[in-house]
Design a protein around this ligand. Sequence first.
Ligand code: SF4
Length: 507
Amino acid sequence: MQRMLVPTEYPRVSGLDTGLLSAIVAGEARLTPDQALELFHSMPLPELGRWADARCRQIHGDNFRTYVIDRNINYTNVCTARCTFCAFRRDATDHDAYTLPREIIHQKIAQLSAIGGTQILMQGGMNPDLPLDYYLELLASIKETFPHIHIHAFSPPELIEFVHFFNPPGADLLAKCRWVLHKLQAAGLDSLPGGGGEIFANPVRRKIGLGKCDAESWLTVMFAAHSLGMFTSATMMFGHIEGYADRIHHMMLVREWQDRALREGAVTESRSDEVTKWEDTSPSASSHSVTSSLRHSVTSPPTFGHYKAFISWPFQRENTPLGRVKDWGSDPAELSQEFPGDRIARAYEWGRNAELDYKTITPDFGRKVRMSGSSDYLRTQAISRLMLDNIFSIGSSWVTMGPHIGQVGLSYGGNDMGSVMMEENVVSSAGTTYCLDEAVLCRLIRDAGFVPAQRDNVYDLLKIKDGADSPDLAVKDWSTHRARKLHKQAGKAPTARASLTITAGRA
Ligand code: SF4
């Protein structure tokens, strides 16, 4: 009999208790949301980083930290939603609206393949003019021409719109998602990126994600993908109108649904004849946790998938409607008050008060943004490593914070530096993102005290970059390998010709 083990919660213990934190590092205890919030508010940042780093080393060891070479292809910017944080979307009638022809997409993938890339991250707006056959034929043509390229595509909000646009059969949302996903998977889709997660709490999501799916739908899409054996990632965009507790609540939901996927996976695998990859519950194995069972390398087609990674990043404000909202603290008098997002998050009670009417609590909610800085970013990433005990990879997102904060993030629970990829259109529409080539990325990892390694989509190591031909060790003149900033002007459409800019990606 196989059973998935979930670490025990000790809700009466302080989140600052070193015994509790040692058990969390060992995978033998689980943080409650209240403990995570206590850590967030009360533990000095360097100390929090040390605990997150210890947990990361427990899972990933002391040697390798990874990156992937992929390319972000945003196949259309036409979108029916109107997220207030988005500078990328266009109406179909806008002069710079676009949908990439298949030949251009193939051209971009050929360029990726030529530099040793292994996957594409393909996402777009929610374009009602594209029929299901557009996606099926596109996927099939990519797989036929580039069978070695992993297709990581279509975030949950896109899938929910597919359900609305294509009206698939099915008794409920899960069944409808499975129908669409099954078609896409048969055509060549390999896995789903975690775009559109933002913040799950209803009050925040309703304010910033106009026309975008709710949290339950987002999580249901991912569960449908897991049920078809796909691996996915989860994301969070913070540092706007949300309370700090909303970030913890977001992680809590990811963790709960991951438990569910792992439980289903364990049941499914115990029913099959193949050698199980999960820990058993015999007394001799009692110290093993969920995360220790995540270390396996997938060698046969999985029967049930799960989240492989969690990546979070701060909101980028430029060219966005939400970015025009004033900063919290622009009126010094308000700094003596509680941030409205924190007040709403407290009343939300970890989702128990789901239909909360925020206007009765504070009409100011959403009228000011609390932007995130470096320490807030590192604090959030470190908490995610400690909270998400059942997620294998925590991404250190240097795209918006810059390469050196990303490098420091490897000491705050991050094990992966994301992607070296060849273009980025969405985040750079809303502010500055940074561009690095593979040599700089490898050097950042090496200078942080680790050996860089190129990985694939399931985080198996492809190439360990430790010989004289390693991209960074082969560089003679670093003046041509500096980090650059990428910043798109509002209203400027991406060119049909592929850019050869090397940029970091996510999800
Ligand atoms: S964030 Fe995505 S779903 Fe929202 S408006 Fe932009 S393209 Fe559309």
